[in-house]
Design a binder for this molecule. Structure first.
Ligand code: GLC
Length: 421
């Protein structure tokens, strides 16, 4: 009853204040139990505040599949398809013309977010999205097992390989037959491009395409980096990881069946959940590097954006402000593990008590390495596809690092043709 009354009052106020019609808005909602809980928290506030109704849409988990779906939806300019959704860091330039211009409506809040992340949302001087949560590649490890074997968290990829081999063998001998050293995202999709960037750039193989748009992937350090990852498969990495996205790798790790996991920070809060088999046993740190390289975390993150075809921009902006409030970001962290994009929350004692790793990860987020999306413009989706397919071929053993990077160079040169557009 307590919830109904404010809802009714707001509906009446909305009707009498000139918002003649109550609309139904559609917002993307993650399909997990925690995602749905977060969405119903938003729904209560939105409906009470505006008198409109909020409905939810769930979308495929892979970033590149979501992008194709949005491109189809937006091509039809359907105003009823979706109002508010999350756009991946690498899509803002690609989707630009389908995104509502938020410049004036978010002027009051835009400075509350990580400046590097907000910068990503500005296209031709116009704000086209607002950071929803921060992401950067991270290495998760089992503190209890490293201690059991007298090992420290790995600094280099060589350390990681050695420790994973040793602990895997020890655990298997002790009867844990399906125990693995490492899991990552090895399926041929956007997530593999993120993993590959970390392997290659942390070993001085460059970033596939440099900031000026020159293609740089055909080099021996990049080839070695891909060969290193391929050599793990079947030895310390389950062969099944060639089909893993984030959630599949998390499920192996959270079940207690792997020592190390490359994933995004959301996995921390879920690993610490009461139902988790590894609660209290998980450490998180920046990824390893080569002896002469530096740790590289791929910059990820998702951004709230409004469809340019929404039939009710005013209500969609009200919704955007609700989902991006400090309160909603705290709720999202607790439920889904999304790392806040509001900088002030990194000094909030409640947030730091819940997710202590965030104290160190603020810097990791700031220094995370972007994929070559800005410089390749609308061709990024094709570029990434070429990168993840080439990497996948090496992981499967269908190609070797040197052949794959030489072919990838040619493939990217053909996509670029007369320049990035
Ligand atoms: C995470 C990142 C996103 C990336 C995706 C790849 O969701 O935030 O930027 O594209 O993983 O799977």
């Amino acid at each position: 009853m307590r919830r109904v009354i404010p809802g009714l009052i707001a509906a009446v106020l909305a009707l009498t204040s000139g918002l003649a019609r109550a609309d139904t808005l559609r917002m993307e909602c993650p399909p997990s139990k925690e995602g749905r809980q977060f969405c119903s928290f938003i729904k209560q506030q939105f409906e009470a505040q505006t008198g409109h109704t909020l409905a939810f849409i769930s979308l495929p988990p892979a970033s590149n599949e979501k992008l194709s779906l949005f491109q189809q939806l937006f091509a039809a300019k359907d105003s009823g398809a979706i109002d508010l959704f999350q756009a991946d860091t690498v899509w803002i330039g690609v989707l630009d013309k389908h995104l509502l211009d938020l410049t004036d409506s978010v002027a009051d809040i835009r400075n509350d977010f990580f400046p590097t992340s907000l910068q990503n949302d500005i296209v031709n001087g116009r704000v086209k999205a607002i950071p929803a949560y921060m992401d950067a590649g991270a290495l998760f490890y089992r503190k209890d097992l490293l201690e059991k074997y007298g090992e420290k968290p790995p600094v280099t990829w060589t350390d990681l390989t050695r420790i994973a081999t040793r602990v895997q063998q020890g655990e298997r001998e002790a009867g844990h037959k399906n125990f693995w050293g490492l899991v990552f995202q090895g399926k041929a999709y956007e997530g593999l491009t993120c993993n590959a960037l970390e392997w290659v750039e942390s070993q001085k193989g460059g970033s596939f395409i440099d900031a000026q748009g020159n293609i740089t992937i055909n080099n021996s350090r990049a080839a070695q980096a891909l060969d290193m990852a391929a050599a793990w498969v079947g030895k310390i990495v389950p062969p099944g990881s060639l089909g893993y996205m984030e959630e599949e790798s998390r499920s192996v790790f959270q079940n207690g069946d792997a020592l190390f996991m490359r994933n995004w920070p959301y996995a921390y809060m879920l690993a610490e959940d009461r139902s988790s088999a590894i609660r209290g046993k998980v450490g998180v740190m920046p990824l390893p590097k080569s002896e002469d390289g530096t740790s590289v975390s791929t910059m990820g993150g998702w951004h709230w954006a409004i469809s340019a075809y929404t039939k009710n921009p005013k209500a969609a902006i009200a919704l955007l402000k609700i989902v991006s409030s400090a309160e909603s970001q705290k709720k999202a962290l607790a439920l889904t593990g999304w790392a806040p994009s509001r900088t002030a929350l990194y000094d909030d004692p409640e947030v730091l008590a819940q997710a202590p790793y965030l104290a160190d990860f603020k810097e990791v987020f700031i220094h995370a390495k972007p994929r070559p999306a800005t410089q390749t413009k609308r061709q990024y989706a094709q570029v990434s596809k070429a990168i993840y397919n080439a990497t996948y071929n090496v992981l499967r053993g269908d190609s070797d690092g040197a052949t794959a990077v030489a072919e990838l160079q040619q493939r990217l040169e053909r996509i670029k043709a007369r320049g990035w557009r």
